[in-house]
Design a protein around this ligand. Structure first.
Ligand SMILES: C[S@@+](CC[C@H](N)C(=O)[O-])C[C@H]1O[C@@H](n2cnc3c(N)ncnc32)[C@H](O)[C@@H]1O
Length: 225
């Protein structure tokens, strides 16, 4: 499946907007809801500064959106389902107009949804001149069906996260073997197609509440610069 805009084939997720409450398989979370722990977004923000508002088009309970807002960004948050945060009942794949210059999200993955989200997102950021940053399963970057697309339209930056667990519905007790073993990265596409991809490493342990509190205490004492 190509990541680039293309004539749509039968059965592709982009052609069939879903309703909230969908499941792509018996062992997958409803709505593909695997929320993003805050340290992952903080790690992204340590490497990426954007100018202008950001659209989180699959916001869930707002785990990413709240971190973006805390960092000072204007955030437009929407989701196909209603998690009590942002604007519900907005199918990203069914949208025709961008709602902000940039897009940052952890998209739904199953059944080609992440690919459709990448295609849709790129079509928007190419219009707004914005940046798109998606939290992706690292293994999805190395796949024969996507190889050509990534070569033709590579992300300008990939940030590898050393540890990140996106549990079904945010609940570790619902974890499957896969949710414990997946490795994640942020893939960042600029509006202007990149010719090369920069690779960076980030440790989420540096961005936990405890680590940040410790750092702030040290800063207060004047032990850190
Ligand atoms: C992997 S979860 C991530 C949630 C949130 N971005 C976060 O990181 O915490 C995927 C989210 O995509 C939403 N979603 C699934 N299909 C969608 C669609 N077509 N349009 C908008 N949101 C969708 C789900 O409801 C769910 O909240």
């Amino acid at each position: 499946m190509s990541l680039l805009p293309e004539p749509l084939g039968q059965g592709q997720a982009q052609t069939s907007p879903r309703r909230a409450g969908f499941r792509v398989g018996p062992f997958r979370a409803e709505n593909e809801y695997y929320p993003t722990p805050a340290p992952a977004t903080r790690a992204l923000l340590a490497h990426l500064t954007l100018e202008g508002a950001i659209w989180e088009p699959a916001c869930g309970e707002g785990w990413i959106a709240k971190e973006l807002a805390r960092a000072g960004y204007d955030v437009v948050a929407t989701d196909i389902a209603d998690y009590g945060y942002g604007t519900p009942c907005v199918d990203f794949l069914d949208q025709h107009l961008p709602r902000a210059k940039h897009i940052v999200t952890n998209p739904p993955y199953g059944d080609g949804l992440a690919d459709a989200f990448i295609r849709k997102g790129l079509s928007f950021t190419e219009r707004t001149g914005g940046t798109m940053a998606y939290l992706l399963n690292l293994a999805s970057l190395c796949h024969p069906d996507r190889h050509g697309s990534f070569v033709r339209r590579p992300p300008s930056l990939v940030i590898l996260l050393d540890e990140c667990h996106c549990f079904p519905n945010g609940k570790p007790q619902q974890a499957t073997r896969w949710s414990r073993t997946h490795k994640y990265c942020w893939a960042v596409w600029d509006a202007t197609p990149a010719t090369t991809t920069e690779l960076r490493w980030a440790s989420t342990a540096e961005f936990t509440d405890v680590a940040i509190a410790k750092r702030n205490a040290q800063l207060k004492k004047g032990n850190l610069r």
